[in-house]
Design a protein around this ligand. Structure first.
Ligand SMILES: Nc1nc2c(ncn2[C@@H]2O[C@H](COP(=O)(O)OP(=O)(O)OP(=O)(O)O)[C@@H](O)[C@H]2O)c(=O)[nH]1
Ligand SMILES: [Mg+2]
Length: 254
């Protein structure tokens, strides 16, 4: 059983990619289980097999504890972590080939809180887990935002410690030149620095440069795979990259 956690900033397309990648795997005759870990979601573009909303009631938590939307999310994820054994049992009971876990829009809930870590630790088997960090090209097609995104994904990697692949999503909605530009930033550090120097100035430039230098090896070690969850383009490449990462992880931990 391989488990893939889909993480990323709000609206980057995590749920749509969960659905699309699930469909793609099923088209390859894989037995797939989809897990929703977003307690507050109302409409999901797929039918979750395991749903955190069966274990926590976000609306009730918000009204009975008189919490605001974000505090209620934190309380919900805390409540969910108390059910982690049941969630794990339910996931494992399917004995699936692939488990794809869709995480909440509020990235920090899953990536930086202890409860998220507990869920990530307990769902799936230790040596067979990877993360897909979904990049939104509407945000990261500006060089300093690209660096911010790499910084954020590196923090998530640092926090959860699973192998990570970047999926540059929504490529159907941007130009091929933009896709190439983003790929070039991830593949050539010189190109990234050059564009940084052309597009930022003064203190911002030296700061971005310092961050980029720090992230250099991390960026190089985490490939960016362009995909579209709408047209399914790039999903076979995403799968191949994930498979390679899962295999390496398996060998490394053996
Ligand atoms: N054109 C295009 N739109 C996409 C793609 N993937 C997602 N979207 C759109 O992006 C918006 C957000 O998608 P979601 O899948 O809900 O994103 P999310 O990251 O799960 O959002 P939150 O869970 O709320 O953070 C929706 O309007 C999707 O239709 C894609 O590959 N191409
Ligand atoms: Mg979502």
């Amino acid at each position: 059983m391989n488990t893939v956690f889909v993480v990323g900033t709000a609206g980057s397309g995590k749920s749509t990619l969960t659905s699309a990648y699930g469909d793609w795997l099923r088209s390859q005759d894989k037995f797939v289980v989809l897990v929703n870990l977003d307690p507050a979601v109302q409409v999901i573009p797929y039918e979750p097999d395991v749903d955190i909303r069966d274990f926590v009631d976000y609306e009730r938590i918000m009204s009975t504890r008189r919490l605001g939307p974000n505090a209620a999310l934190i309380a919900s994820i805390r409540e969910a972590a108390r059910h982690v054994e049941e969630i794990r049992e339910e996931v494992n009971s399917y004995n699936a080939d692939y488990v794809i876990v869709d995480t909440p829009g509020q990235l920090e809930l899953f990536a930086f809180r202890q409860e998220g870590y507990i869920l990530a630790e307990n769902i799936g088997f230790k040596d067979r887990k990877a993360m897909v960090f979904v990049l939104d090209p509407m945000f990261c097609n500006v060089v300093k935002n690209f660096i911010s995104s790499m910084f954020l994904s590196a923090s998530v990697y640092f926090s959860l410690g699973m192998p990570m692949v970047h999926a540059l999503n929504k490529i159907d909605a941007i130009s091929p030149e933009d896709v190439e530009k983003l790929e070039a930033w991830s593949e050539s550090f010189d190109t990234l620095l050059l564009d940084l120097e052309n597009m930022t100035r003064g203190r911002l430039m030296s700061f971005s440069r310092e961050i980029a230098e720090t992230l250099r090896d991390i960026i190089a070690s985490m490939p960016i795979v362009p995909v579209s969850s709408m047209t399914m383009e790039g999903l076979s490449e995403l799968h191949a990259t994930l498979t390679r990462f899962l295999l390496e992880e398996d060998l490394e931990l053996r």
